[in-house]
Design a protein around this ligand. Structure first.
Ligand code: SAM
Length: 239
């Protein structure tokens, strides 16, 4: 269970109404039972239920069960699509260990608004379900051009470009440019359902940090492309 409180040994953790409902109403825990907690800072700890009520309760942190495991320094930039598919992308990126998830508005993005709090909650749920000790941060929606204007000097970008589909060298482009880039931090960029505009593609091609990558000979839906790209990155550069 994810909580915001500090989780040092002996720390008591007050429960919100929602958490109390989940632990005591749904999971049927009672005083004396134990539960695993994490807050994204202190690793995973085991805590004992001290007080169990309908509207609240208290846990007591007993011992660290897993140290904090930081994910690789990988960002996923993607153009938001339909709500359920955007949720899917955030959930899968959190499961696969992206450290930061950044929705970006491109020229052909049709969802101009996102619910950042909702997406962050999905990231928390995904981290809970896969036993993570860390929750990726979901950033607010920003224009791709702005993000590129302020691009950090050393970060490499895996630019997933659907225009490579059908080009003669597409299969070698699968991992082309990725190589083993030393310890440089990375980001992955996935476009919207309408793909990238010619102007965006030209701009991206002008940056040394951007490596055009094909995800194979078929055009994938953006949510599939995000999972494929995360898998490819993990295979080539992940740890
Ligand atoms: N409407 C575009 C077209 O027909 O060319 C397709 C866009 S695709 C549905 C959405 C995004 O997924 C693309 O912008 C790209 O980032 C990524 N993508 C999908 N298939 C890809 C592939 N085979 N290689 C590289 N990127 C791909």
């Amino acid at each position: 269970l994810f909580v915001n409180d500090d989780l040092g040994e002996g720390q008591s953790v007050p429960l919100s109404r929602d958490h109390a409902h989940y632990l005591f109403g749904v999971m049927r825990l009672t005083a004396g039972d134990r539960i695993l907690l994490f807050n994204g800072r202190d690793g995973e700890v085991s805590a004992r239920v001290v007080e169990a009520g309908k509207r609240g309760g208290t846990l007591l942190v007993e011992a660290v069960t897993k140290p904090l495991q930081m994910p690789p320094d990988l960002w996923l930039l993607f153009a938001p699509i339909k709500k359920a598919r955007t949720d899917f992308i955030v959930e899968k990126a959190a499961e696969m260990g992206a450290a930061r998830i950044c929705p970006v508005a491109t020229e052909f993005t049709n969802s101009e608004r996102i619910r950042q709090d909702r997406l962050q909650a999905h990231a928390v749920e995904a981290a809970e379900q896969c036993g993570g000790t860390w929750v990726p941060e979901v950033a607010g929606l920003e224009k791709l051009d702005r993000v590129l204007d302020d691009w950090p000097a050393d970060r490499q970008l895996m630019f997933c470009d659907e225009a490579l589909v059908g080009e003669a060298a597409s299969s070698s482009a699968l991992t082309g440019g990725l190589g083993r880039g030393g310890d440089a931090p990375w980001a992955i960029l996935i476009g919207p359902e309408g793909g990238f505009s010619d102007r965006e593609r030209q701009r991206l091609r002008g940056f040394d940090f951007a490596h055009r990558v094909s995800l194979g000979p078929r055009i994938l839906r953006a949510d599939t492309a995000a999972v494929a790209a995360l898998t490819l990155w993990q295979m080539q550069l992940g740890d």
